[in-house]
Ligand binder design. Structure first.
Ligand SMILES: Nc1ncnc2c1ncn2[C@@H]1O[C@H](COP(=O)(O)OP(=O)(O)O)[C@@H](O)[C@H]1O
Ligand SMILES: [Mg+2]
Length: 242
């Protein structure tokens, strides 16, 4: 039965899930001693699901999302992302999986200031070596309503427009998973609402699995499932009724 390594066993059990997390923990060494940021987090997400991670400020939500997306490595436990054991890969291996499978949207947009909207959206395609980058980038920018703003630099765009570019950049690779950390956190209510509508429309088009962190009740309510984090632990996992 158990002739594989623990990670091989975990990868096998995770088969068929968009995301499988087991025993996940993160500790950091501080001058004052070790700080445990996350402890013993476990859950699975099916393909095409929409999941909101909620919890107080400082509870560990952003740390968790970074581990799920392979932007950071855990101290304990495992993350299997669409069949890839991302928590055991080195930085190059994680970058490859991210390029193939992951889109990420941040609260602060994180566009490159020296690149135009079009260049920002082409970048993830270039980084993974796609040949056709211009056409797909133009298409998704048109889809987010910025077909007339291709040559604009981030500083020439409003916050809402910058987040639209960031959505275009996240979806242009057709990721199997999209992670978003407080995507409406820097936007006024009306602009945030339009970003939410766009996010869910793009998500429905692409059949992407969506995992987002939010303080925004409107946004959390749009997701089928809600995970609550408290002091680094998963304390509730609820299916939301429409
Ligand atoms: N690299 C780090 N070094 C020290 N403390 C950290 C580090 N990353 C996060 N923390 C701390 O861990 C806790 C959780 O942070 P975070 O995941 O950003 O929470 P949230 O996104 O829920 O607000 C906070 O107390 C934060 O200060
Ligand atoms: Mg955070």
């Amino acid at each position: 039965m158990h002739d594989g390594t623990p990670m091989q066993d975990e990868t096998a059990r995770a088969a068929g899930h968009a995301l499988a997390v087991a025993g996940l923990g993160k500790r950091v060494a501080l001058p004052s001693g070790d700080l445990t940021i996350l402890q013993d987090v476990a859950f699975r997400v099916g393909h095409g699901d929409t999941v909101a991670i909620v919890g107080a400020s400082g509870s560990g939500k952003s740390t968790l999302l970074s581990l799920l997306a392979g932007l950071d490595t855990p101290s304990t436990g495992s993350v299997v992302l669409d069949g890839a054991p991302i928590s055991t890969l080195d930085e190059d291996g994680r970058a490859k999986v991210r390029g193939e499978k992951v889109g990420f949207v941040f609260q602060s947009f994180q566009l490159l200031p020296s690149l135009t909207a079009l260049e920002n959206v082409m970048l993830p395609l270039e980084l993974r070596g796609d040949r056709e980058v211009d056409g797909p980038a133009r298409e998704v920018l048109a889809r987010v309503g910025l077909g007339e703003r291709l040559g604009h630099y981030p500083r020439q765009l409003s916050g809402g427009e910058q987040q639209r570019v960031a959505l275009a950049r996240a979806f242009v690779t057709r990721p199997s998973l999209l992670f978003a950390d407080e995507p409406t956190g820097n936007l006024d209510t009306a602009t945030g609402q339009s970003i939410i509508e766009l996010l869910f429309a793009l998500n429905a088009d692409a059949g992407t699995t969506l995992v987002l962190v939010t303080h925004d009740d409107h946004l959390a309510q749009r997701c089928k499932r809600r995970l609550r984090i408290d002091s680094g632990r998963l304390v509730a996992d609820e299916a939301m009724t429409a």
